[in-house]
Design a protein around this ligand. Structure first.
Ligand code: FE2
Length: 282
């Protein structure tokens, strides 16, 4: 496990440090808060190599972004990079992963002592958070949901669908087979795809790939829009995509859900965030 941490640290020093910019991390907070969203979803990774000091910085960043009831967080593979005592690591972010109702079958793991999935209901929108964060061996960045979370998620999606909620699934790893390289993939993505096929979901948001993505799965209950964004701190160096975030406008009109997306992207020339695209998910 120690060697994994060293690999990550080298990677940060020699490669990632030139890409990830603390100034952009601050600017993205300003830009998001200026938009005055009703809710903010953060899909990890929040830290790089899971050192105690990184969790302090990550917690500071998250608390500047917004109060725990206004910001929902799901952990990524780096957030569980190596086993670290709960109260020194992910436990510092626990109030950002707290659901507001009991989800039958939700589980804890040795790394994540909060029950997952969790559900937050905001008027007629339901935010469902799952954890794919597991420590992995060096050179791998895989994630797993596991059968218990899968079962709980399937029941939750069904329950919320029958109650008429707009359902948003928050997950760190891209949720379908083939959306990430094998060594970085969700290992039980096929099982999750089957659940999304059967139960539907209005929107899935993910991180991990550090690139803008929009995939559509045609489920038994209509299209499932699956969107990912670049890293929140990326300056675009070395052929990476500059930082970006998506703003979702969700409303119900004429008996149908409508969602439009505005992407705010870091403009390297202007050193500020600008609106890049706006489109409808209909
Ligand atoms: Fe990741």
């Amino acid at each position: 496990m120690i060697s994994k941490r060293i690999v990550g640290y080298n990677s940060w020093i020699f490669r990632r440090r030139v890409i990830h910019d603390p100034e952009i991390a601050s600017d993205i907070i300003r830009d998001i808060r200026t938009a005055q969203p009703n809710h903010i979803m953060v899909t990890g990774d929040l830290v790089n190599i899971a050192l105690h000091g990184e969790f302090l910085n990550g917690e500071n960043w998250l608390r500047k972004l917004g109060r725990p009831d206004l910001v929902s967080f799901v952990p990524g593979n780096h957030d569980a990079y190596v086993p670290i005592p709960w109260d020194k690591g992910m436990g510092r972010l626990g109030d950002y992963m707290t659901g507001d109702l009991t989800v039958p079958g939700a589980i804890t793991t040795p790394e994540i002592a909060m029950p997952f999935p969790y559900v937050r209901q905001r008027r007629n929108i339901a935010l469902i958070g799952v954890s794919t964060a597991i420590p992995t061996r060096p050179g791998r960045a895989t994630g797993i949901l596991g059968p218990a979370q899968m079962d709980a998620l399937a029941n939750t999606l069904k329950n919320l669908r029958t109650k008429g909620f707009y359902r948003i699934l928050m997950i760190h790893h891209p949720p379908l087979p083939g959306l990430a390289r094998q060594r970085k993939a969700l290992t039980d993505a096929q099982g999750l795809k089957d659940i999304l096929d059967d139960e539907g979901c209005d929107l899935v948001v993910h991180g991990h790939n550090h690139t803008a993505m929009h995939n559509i799965l045609t489920s038994r209950h209509g299209p499932v829009h699956i969107l990912g964004v670049p890293a929140a701190t990326s300056n675009g160096a070395r052929n990476t995509e500059p930082a970006a975030w998506n703003e979702y406008h969700i409303r119900r009109a004429s008996g149908r859900w409508q969602c439009t997306v505005n992407t705010r992207c870091w403009d390297v020339e202007k050193s500020s965030f600008v609106t890049q695209t706006g489109y409808s998910l209909d």
